[in-house]
Design a protein around this ligand. Structure first.
Ligand code: FDP
Length: 323
């Protein structure tokens, strides 16, 4: 079985980027270990509690954020980072070639129930002429990403990674301590009968999505002429992983539940990296009206509607938005 470095070298990935990816993965191995310890690690629960040593207990997402931030900035090749857990960007080496934006622990509502969670990351090139504390550094479309991936903390710890040469899946081998290639080219089937949506939001969706899902639910008796099945892990990283493994459509559409927050998922460290992985595996990713990776961000924490997965199904859903 192949390790990551030779695979990335074979793809012609720059040595500095390989080193950066390996550093991110080292932090993810540490996060994986802590996640696997659950309550025993004394890390779950309130950020305000204290453990028996009198140290302040921290939530797992805060710990994951600190771990990643520290090791990424230490590499010296990163000009700045942006994280879901940080209000503003954090400056790194002014000469750094890369920017890293990440969600340290996606699906955090799953932590306390020992269910799927993961770390999502996206790497962008850094403009050499901008200062490391200039947040406009990050305002690049998803098409500019040089690498993207997630590490899924599940029954096994898995990595999905792309540097633009397809999407590969790796599995953490705890005996050797590294990730081994277990799926060389993830390929999302073009057709599917599986959808993932938070159905409780149905009445708040916009009209095109209402119509699309109503037709899915009609199954064989409706215009789609086939029955669909539903899955909802409630952690994007888990739902997208299933889509990469066996196809499906995953959506978190725009809704009117909270007028202050029409979209839920974050563009820069959720939608863009997942879109890169999905497109590299032959799938599609859209807002319903626009390819997600073409969006030029205006804010590092911007939110966006997401519809991604099996090509034919996403195209069908987009069709309802044109009608
Ligand atoms: P969470 O809020 O638990 O971090 O990132 C947002 C996210 O999880 C996604 O991972 C997940 O797909 C979605 O929200 C779950 O939303 P619902 O609470 O509406 O099910």
């Amino acid at each position: 079985m192949r390790r990551i470095s030779p695979v990335l070298q074979q793809d012609g990935v720059e040595p500095e980027l390989i080193a950066l990816l390996k550093t991110i993965l080292a932090a993810c191995r540490e996060i994986s270990f802590r996640v696997s310890q659950g309550e025993l690690a004394g890390v779950l629960g309130s950020t305000l509690g204290e453990n028996i040593q009198g140290e302040t207990q921290k939530k797992l997402d805060v710990i994951a954020n600190e771990l990643l931030k520290e090791v990424i900035l230490e590499t010296g090749v990163v000009k700045a980072i942006s994280s879901e857990e940080e209000d503003t960007i954090v400056a790194g080496n002014p000469q750094g070639k890369y920017l890293v934006t990440f969600d340290p622990l996606d699906g955090s509502s799953n932590t306390d129930i020992n269910s799927l969670i993961g770390t999502i990351f996206s790497i962008l090139p850094a403009d050499p002429d901008k200062a490391p504390d200039d947040s406009s550094l990050f305002l690049q479309p998803g098409t500019a990403q040089v690498a993207a991936g997630y590490v899924l903390y599940g029954p096994s710890t898995m990595l999905a990674l792309t540097t633009g040469h397809g999407t590969r899946l790796y599995t953490l081998d705890n005996t050797y301590g590294g990730f081994l290639l277990t799926e060389d080219q993830a390929a999302i089937p073009k057709y599917t009968t599986e959808f993932a949506l938070n159905m409780s939001n149905q009445r708040f969706w916009q009209e095109p999505m209402q119509r699309y899902v109503a037709d899915l639910l009609l199954g064989k008796t409706g215009p789609r002429g086939k029955n669909f099945n539903m899955r909802w892990i409630a952690a994007m990283v888990g739902d997208v992983h299933r889509v990469l493994c066996r196809g499906g459509i995953f959506a978190y559409p725009r809704d009117s539940k909270d007028p202050q927050k029409p979209d839920k998922l974050r563009l820069m460290y959720e939608a863009n990296p997942m879109s890169f992985l999905v497109e590299q595996a032959g799938g599609l990713s859209s807002t319903g009206y626009q390819r997600i990776m073409d969006i030029v961000p205006t804010d590092i924490h911007q939110r966006v509607a997401v519809i991604l997965g099996s090509k034919h199904e996403v195209e069908t859903c987009i069709g309802y938005h044109k009608a």
